[in-house]
Design a protein around this ligand. Structure first.
Ligand code: ADP
Ligand code: MG
Length: 386
């Protein structure tokens, strides 16, 4: 976008303004703030700016009020300190002036958005002189507003936020300072299997936490009691651990934090990893383990982090995540982090300043790390080559 003259042009910008809404108001505006530099630049260039985004998962063709971008328009207006009009009926054309910015109502209200319907993509493309794809968080989805429109717009290019994301993630993966340490937490191995597999090939140490670690602990032959783990993933976990072809070492927790129930006021008890009993739930890594992992992180050249290593939503099971988050922030390594709950943990422990790059993408971040081509980026490359 930086290379294109936007003055008096109709510029259609796809952002990812899919923010959490509670009681009709924006609960976290991180994604809105991430888009501001792009929007300010387009306004400063005197473009007529149309911003589009999705919000939540409405049924296509049914513009339910709970998925309206109205709260986003209000927040955007106060952050930019200008009036931001929310336009409901926009797909067949709208009037606006250079220097004006409007927000187009939820793209997922339109039939054909998710399937990247060609007719819909062409109608979007007709609205503008320049299409700017700036939504890294949805770049892994080939939809009308992320992909189809880029095929047909007179000009299609990447926005500064998307470009910065690709640059930072490329730096962590293409020519990384070693050792590379990855932290993969979260609830299930099955949802992150491809990323574990891909990272296992790239990184030097792969730290697993959360429900994922439970599956590895079970695979090592320990009792995990009532913990969240996946019995059908034990062989997969074992094969990841036992690879000897120069792939990552996967250090296992030596101690864990357990409780008898999954609740906000459950009592936390530290146990050795081989002392977990039948009615225990493992909800965090233990203090010896987090100290050892923090030590690995302190010596890293590059760190890739996705997923909390415990049920950090409850303070007594958040210590492992807090210690690792602080170790990542304190390390001199180039560090990238991504994932919805990972960002919530970064906020909770106030470590954002110490992390080199915080990705706005969850799924897109993981797919990029896995080495997959992001369709919305691929189409821009094709357009640039032609
Ligand atoms: P992200 O959104 O950053 O990709 P995930 O959605 O994969 O992360 O995982 C986050 C969830 O995993 C959190 O809600 C957290 O409570 C849960 N979790 C972490 N450790 C455990 C555990 N030991 N048992 C059950 N759930 C866990
Ligand atoms: Mg999540």
């Amino acid at each position: 976008m930086a290379d294109i003259d936007l003055s008096c042009k109709r510029v259609l910008i796809r952002e990812d303004l899919n923010v959490p809404i509670s009681d009709g108001a924006v609960a976290s505006d991180a994604r809105i703030r991430a888009a501001l530099p792009t929007l300010r630049k387009a306004l400063a260039d005197n473009a007529a700016v149309m911003v589009m985004s999705h919000l939540g998962r409405p049924t296509e063709g049914n513009p339910a009020q709970e998925f309206s971008l109205k709260p986003v328009a209000e927040r955007l207006s106060s952050l930019l300190d200008i009036e931001v009009r929310l336009v409901s009926d926009w797909i067949d054309g709208l009037t606006l002036q250079p220097g004006e910015l409007v927000l187009l109502e939820n793209v997922r209200f339109l039939e054909g958005e998710k399937a990247s319907d060609d007719a819909l993509s062409k109608r979007m493309a007709k609205l503008c002189d320049v299409f700017v794809m700036d939504a890294f968080g949805t770049a892994h989805r080939a939809q009308a507003s992320t992909y189809g429109v880029a095929k047909y717009a007179p000009v299609a290019c990447a926005g500064p936020l998307l470009a910065a994301e690709l640059e930072a993630l490329g730096r962590a993966l293409d020519n990384p300072a070693r050792p590379i340490v990855a932290v993969v937490g979260g609830s299930k191995v099955s949802t992150k299997l491809t990323v574990l597999d891909a990272l296992g090939r790239i990184v030097d140490q792969l730290i697993v936490g959360g429900g994922i670690a439970n599956t590895f602990i079970a695979a090592a032959g320990h009792n995990v009691g009532k913990s969240l783990y996946e019995a059908d993933m034990l062989d997969t976990a074992l094969s990841l651990v036992s690879k000897t072809d120069g792939s990552a070492s996967i250090p296992l927790p030596v101690d864990v934090v357990v409780a008898n129930e999954f609740s906000a006021d459950a009592k936390a008890t530290v146990k050795k990893v081989d002392e977990v009993s039948d009615d225990d739930l493992i909800l965090d890594i233990g203090p010896k383990t987090s100290a050892a992992f923090a030590n690995l992180l302190a010596g890293a050249g590059t760190i890739i982090w996705n997923g909390p290593v415990g049920v950090f939503e409850f303070d007594q099971f958040g210590e492992g995540t807090r210690v690792l988050a602080e170790a990542i922030a304190a390390s001199d390594a180039f560090s990238v982090a991504g994932g919805g709950d990972t960002l919530a943990a970064i906020d909770k422990y106030g470590v954002a300043d110490g992390i080199s790059y915080i990705s706005t993408g969850g799924g897109a971040f993981l797919e990029f790390v896995e080495g997959k081509k992001l369709p919305a980026v691929e189409i821009l490359e094709q357009r640039a080559a032609n």
